[in-house]
Design a protein around this ligand. Structure first.
Ligand code: DX5
Ligand code: ZN
Length: 234
């Protein structure tokens, strides 16, 4: 099965539950194997990996060797969010490291439609994302080549920020565009998603929810996942 197929078969659109993806930014990187085991035990079905380069965003996180290390220790699909300048230079390397879905920032790409087509041609699912201040119009040309659109509800760069409700308007705009143009991309939201915000995101059309502090700053991953699944269900 291709990396893309692994992503596309993850969730039946008729499923009332959201797909909650833990963002591995606040986990214990000294003990990743245990973290992965605990997340799998908590019923996690896919992981969100935040790659930051200190150039496109002011923060540095981790890169290819960590993605590969995670790939070697779990079968879970890997949703890799690239917060890096010139992402088009690294697509093959992220594919080889084990990314199943690769999402690039429109603000970082000269030709976003070409970059997402290239991601697909490498066998991965393709994603495009935009920061809260970037209008949806900026990604319109790329939409037909996207398997997923990630709406940022915080400025990319740091975990633990407050949810920006402009994301809800964008989700609703994208639902409308998807219908008008008969497209079928997945809608994902990232930043400040917790028990207080997940329900609104779901109602505005997101089905994939990235959660960092709402899982990793909670006492139990299982309890956090159960509550998020419940509050994010239609
Ligand atoms: C922000 C990252 C997010 C972040 C989410 O740049 O893309 O994935 O880690 O963390 P919370 O849920 O704490 O906002
Ligand atoms: Zn992210």
């Amino acid at each position: 099965m291709s990396q893309r197929d692994k992503i596309l078969k993850l969730r039946n659109p008729a499923d009332p539950r959201p797909l909650v993806l833990p963002s591995l930014l606040l986990c214990d990187f000294g003990d990743l194997k245990t973290e992965l085991y605990q997340l799998e035990q908590a019923g996690v079905e896919a992981l969100h990996l935040d790659v930051m380069d200190g150039v496109f965003v002011p923060n540095l996180s981790y890169g290819l060797p960590v993605v590969k290390g995670i790939r070697d220790h779990t079968e879970l699909p890997l949703d890799v969010h690239l917060m890096i300048a010139r992402p088009e230079q690294y697509l093959t390397q992220f594919s080889e490291a084990g990314a199943d879905l690769l999402t690039v920032h429109v603000e970082a790409c000269g030709s976003p439609a070409e970059v997402v087509q290239e991601i697909r041609s490498l066998g991965m699912a393709s994603g495009i994302t935009l920061n809260p201040s970037t209008p949806v119009a900026e990604i319109e040309d790329a939409l037909e080549y996207c398997d997923l659109v990630l709406v940022m509800s915080v400025d990319a760069g740091f975990g633990g920020q407050a949810f920006n409700p402009v994301a809800l308007e964008k989700l609703e705009q994208l639902v409308q565009l998807r219908t008008e143009r008969s497209l079928d991309f997945i809608l994902e939201v990232d930043g400040g998603i917790n028990t207080g915000t997940i329900g609104r995101c779901r109602q505005s059309g997101a089905t994939w929810m990235v959660v960092g502090s709402g899982i990793f700053r909670q006492p139990s991953y299982s309890a956090a996942m159960a509550e998020l699944n419940d509050l994010g269900s239609l």
